[in-house]
Design a protein around this ligand. Structure first.
Ligand SMILES: [Fe+2]
Ligand SMILES: [Fe+2]
Length: 426
């Protein structure tokens, strides 16, 4: 039986749907560094980006009702459910509960909404869901296959099912998503603690070489060559996790902060995959090359503001001039696809530098910083550079006893943090 509802009831439902969507995008990306398999990691980030686009449309629809910032009226009981999901012991439990329980609940709620809404009167809401349901169905299929046709042992499957039941029962206690229980009549019996992002990223065993820094001569012994450039792109792999971490640790920042850095995380996954494919085209196995996991560790051990400053204002901002030379070299090798790898990368990276400027300035205000922009970038570069150098020493890689002068700007300094650094063949 169809149960028509008023605009007031529609808003109530949309607010709850948004509350869960918003909590999911700002929390679940934090699980990215715990996804060991490269292809799964990239796919997962793509999904979070799709989820962001859906959240943005839903938010715009809620704004039609005169509510400008629905993220300021989150439902705490459902936030607690998301923290419960984030308590998953490992990636197998997390993906199963997220895709086979939580996302299934969302799809069911959106279908019920479409079924019962007045199609003409409430068309803008119906369209939000109808435009995004096909992508959501593909996500459900991916998650289902991850569990059923992946590499989960029988014992692990029992743990998975136990955790799924826990999450399903928790949702039922909240009165289900379409039912839209209001916060007032839900008792939060267990407060789940905040998830903490791991200090080290996880990687599948197939990656045999985890280094502190990129090691160019392991890829190609010759003087600078296009393989080195594609290797540099592919090894933005730790940057995917680093940006995921920037989203999660900035989860109390405005909606646009999350939107910018979720987009950036997906861009980095694309850059890494472009490098992956070009390396293979040149006969280099991406699973055999050194993965500079030290980058993730060194960046994540500095505060959020400095993490963003070092990445966007040094790593990315200084990379444009060398990348233009890389494009030229690829053309000289008659390798159009590799040239276009760098060409399109620059389009994205320019945006990342802008995101950085915008949010560094916001964080300066928020943190009551006494240092100015330039000093923050200089300190950030120094701390991350020192961190990577220490890790190089620990891992027996070539390190520097004297780190040289501090960073003074892309045109003056040659920072090793540059995402298009000087290629040094030992
Ligand atoms: Fe990138
Ligand atoms: Fe970037």
């Amino acid at each position: 039986m169809i149960a028509y509802f008023s605009s007031e009831e529609a808003l109530k439902k949309l607010k709850l749907f948004f509350s869960l969507e918003f909590d999911l995008i700002r929390h679940t990306i934090g699980y990215c560094p715990r996804i060991p398999r490269y292809l799964d990691k990239c796919q997962f980030v793509r999904h979070v980006y799709e989820d962001l686009k859906r959240s943005r449309m839903l938010r715009e629809r809620i704004q039609d009702f005169g509510l400008a910032q629905p993220e300021k009226q989150l439902n705490e009981a459902w936030t607690n459910l998301v923290r419960h999901l984030m308590s998953a012991a490992d990636v197998d439990l997390f993906i199963a509960a997220f895709y086979r329980v939580v996302k299934v609940e969302q799809v069911a709620a959106y279908r019920s909404y479409i079924q019962n809404a007045l199609r003409l009167n409430d068309a803008p809401s119906v369209e939000v869901f109808e435009d995004h349901l096909p992508a959501m169905e593909r996500q459900l299929a991916w998650g289902k296959q991850f569990v059923e046709a992946g590499s989960i042992s029988a014992d692990k499957e029992r743990e998975v099912i136990k955790f799924e039941i826990e999450i399903r029962e928790h949702i039922a206690r909240l009165g289900n998503l379409y039912g839209g229980s209001s916060q007032e009549n839900v008792n939060i019996e267990t407060e789940y603690p905040d998830y903490a992002v791991p200090a080290e990223m996880e990687l599948e065993p197939r990656f045999i070489w985890r280094s502190a820094e990129r090691i160019y001569d392991s890829v190609n012994q010759s003087e600078e060559h296009p393989t080195h450039h594609s290797y540099t792109h592919f090894t933005e792999l730790p940057i995917i996790d680093l940006v995921a971490n920037i989203v999660y640790d900035g989860k109390h920042m405005p909606f646009e902060y999350l939107a910018d850095f979720i987009r950036q995380a997906w861009d980095e996954a694309r850059h890494s995959q472009m490098g992956f494919s070009r390396l293979r085209s040149m006969g280099v196995d991406p699973y055999q090359v050194p993965i500079p996991v030290g980058h993730y560790k060194a960046y994540t051990s500095v505060p959020l503001l400095e993490r963003i400053a070092a990445l966007t204002q040094v790593g990315e901002a200084c990379s444009f001039v060398p990348k233009k030379q890389w494009t030229k070299m690829a053309i000289e090798h008659n390798d159009l696809l590799t040239a276009l790898e760098h060409d399109y990368d620059i389009v994205d990276e320019k945006n990342h530098v802008k995101f950085g400027v915008k949010w560094i300035n916001e964080l300066i205000k928020k943190n009551n910083e006494t240092r100015n922009f330039k000093q923050i970038v200089q300190d950030a570069e120094w701390k991350v550079r020192t961190g990577v150098n220490e890790l190089k020493k620990e891992k027996g890689e070539k390190w520097q006893a004297d780190l040289g002068p501090r960073f003074e700007g892309c045109h003056v300094s040659n920072s090793p943090l540059n995402l298009a650094p000087n290629i040094i063949i030992a």
